[in-house]
Design a protein around this ligand. Structure first.
Ligand code: IPM
Ligand code: MG
Length: 356
C-alpha cells in the first residue's frame, strides 16, 4: 500500500481548527482509496515562538525537506512583529524549498456564491499561477536615516531569466492540459520596466507552444477584467506580488477566502499545500471558520501525490455538499467548523459504499 509522508503545520489563529477538519477528510480518502499517510505534526507558529523563541529550527527544516508534501493551516499573529513568523515559516519554505509555482485555482462551484451579477459557474473557472520565489518578496530592502523625517526605504524587485522562464513554461504546460488552451501573461511592464524580462520570455517560450492561445493584460486592467469578464481567463501567469493580490480578488469571485486553496510546488519535489486565507486571529477557536479552503488544499495535495481519484472525490463531494446547501456556506459563521469535515468525510465514505 502506498504511504505518503506528510508534514503538518497547523500554525496560527484558525489554522489548527481548519487543519483538523482537513485531516479528517484526508483520513476518509485514505480509507476509501486504499493508501496510507504518515503524518508528522510540527508546532511552528506564533504560540510556539512565544513559548520557546524558536521559529523553524534547521533540524526540523531538514526533516520537512524529506517529506512528500507539507500541509499548512495558516500563519500570522499580531502579537509578534509583522512578517517575523510569515518569513520564518511560510516564506522560508517557499524560498528554501524552491517552490517556484504558486498554483491558485479560481473555480465557482455554485453561482449563489458569486458576488458578480449574472455570472454562471462556467464563467469563473481559471487557474492563476503566481511566481513564488522572486520579485519584491526576495529583493533586498533597507532603510537609511531610520526614524528621521528624511528616512529612505528601498525594496528591490528581482526577476531572473531562469526564474521567469520556468514558471511561464509551467503555465504553458498547464494550459495545454485544459480544454481552452489559453495562457494570459499579467504584468505591469509599462511601468515596472524590469518586467520587460517577462514580456520577452513569454514571447520566446510561446514559440514552443503554437497550440496555446496567448493573451496579455496589465495587472490593473486584469483586476478590472476579472470582475467584469472573468470568463476571459483560463490560465494566467504573473509575478509574485501581483499574484498575491489578484488571487485574493479571485477568491472573492469564487465565494470568498473560505473556499480558496493553493499549492506551492516544485514539480517533482516536496511541495506545500495551504488555504489562501490568513490566520484570522479574531475568529480563532470559535468554531466559526470555514475549513472548506483547507479541505480543497487537501484535494490539491492528493492530486500532487498521484491520488487523482481521491482528489477528484474530495472536490466533487465538496461541490455537491455546497450546491445542495448541506454545507450551509463558506463565510464565517455559516456552518460550525467541526461539522464540515465530518460531513465531507461521511459523503466520501457513503459514495464509496454505494459504489460497491
Ligand atoms: C499568501 C499570503 C502571504 C503572501 C503572506 C502571509 C506573507 O498573503 O500566501 O497569499 O503574501 O504570500
Ligand atoms: Mg496573500
Amino acid at each position: 500500500m502506498t504511504e505518503h509522508d506528510i508534514a503538518v503545520i497547523a500554525g496560527d489563529g484558525i489554522g489548527p481548527e481548519v487543519t483538523r477538519e482537513a485531516m479528517k477528510v484526508l483520513d476518509a480518502t485514505a480509507e476509501v482509496f486504499g493508501f496510507r499517510t504518515r503524518r508528522t505534526v510540527y508546532p511552528f507558529g506564533t504560540d510556539h515562538y512565544l513559548a520557546t523563541k524558536e521559529i523553524f529550527p534547521d533540524a526540523a527544516f531538514s526533516e520537512v525537506k524529506q517529506k512528500h508534501a507539507i500541509f499548512l493551516g495558516a500563519i500570522g499573529d499580531p502579537r509578534v512583529p509583522v512578517g517575523l513568523i510569515e518569513y520564518g515559516v511560510i516564506a522560508r519554505m517557499r524560498f528554501d524549498l524552491d517552490l517556484y509555482v504558486n498554483l491558485r485555482p479560481v473555480k465557482l462551484y455554485d453561482e449563489a456564491f458569486c458576488p458578480l451579477k449574472d455570472k454562471k459557474c462556467a464563467d469563473v473557472d481559471m487557474v492563476i499561477i503566481r511566481e513564488n520565489t522572486e520579485d519584491a518578496y526576495t529583493g533586498s530592502h533597507g532603510f537609511t536615516h531610520k526614524g528621521h523625517a528624511n528616512e529612505v526605504a528601498v525594496q528591490t524587485m528581482v526577476y531572473t531569466r531562469g526564474g521567469v522562464e520556468r514558471v511561464i513554461r509551467y503555465g504553458f504546460d498547464l494550459a495545454r492540459t485544459r480544454p481552452r488552451k489559453q495562457l494570459t501573461l499579467i504584468d505591469k511592464a509599462n511601468a515596472v520596466r524590469a518586467q520587460d524580462l517577462w514580456t520577452r520570455t513569454f514571447a520566446d517560450v510561446a514559440k514552443e507552444y503554437p497550440d496555446i492561445k496567448t493573451d496579455h493584460a496589465y495587472i490593473d486592467a486584469a483586476c478590472m477584467w476579472m470582475v467584469k469578464n472573468p470568463e476571459w481567463f483560463d490560465v494566467a501567469v504573473t509575478t509574485n506580488l501581483f499574484g498575491d493580490i489578484i488571487t485574493d480578488l479571485g477568491a472573492m469571485i469564487q465565494g470568498g477566502m473560505g473556499i480558496a486553496a493553493s499549492g506551492n510546488l516544485h514539480p517533482g519535489s516536496v511541495s506545500l499545500f495551504e488555504p489562501i486565507h490568513g490566520s484570522a486571529p479574531k475568529h480563532a477557536g470559535k468554531n466559526v471558520s470555514s475549513p472548506v479552503a483547507a479541505v480543497m488544499a487537501v484535494s490539491m495535495m492528493l492530486d500532487y501525490l498521484g491520488e487523482k481519484q481521491a482528489s477528484v472525490a474530495v472536490e466533487s463531494c465538496v461541490a455537491d455538499l455546497l450546491r445542495s446547501k448541506r454545507i450551509k456556506g463558506v463565510h464565517t459563521g455559516a456552518h460550525p467548523t467541526n461539522e464540515v469535515g465530518d460531513l465531507i468525510s461521511a459523503e466520501i465514505r457513503a459514495r464509496a459504499s454505494a459504489a460497491v
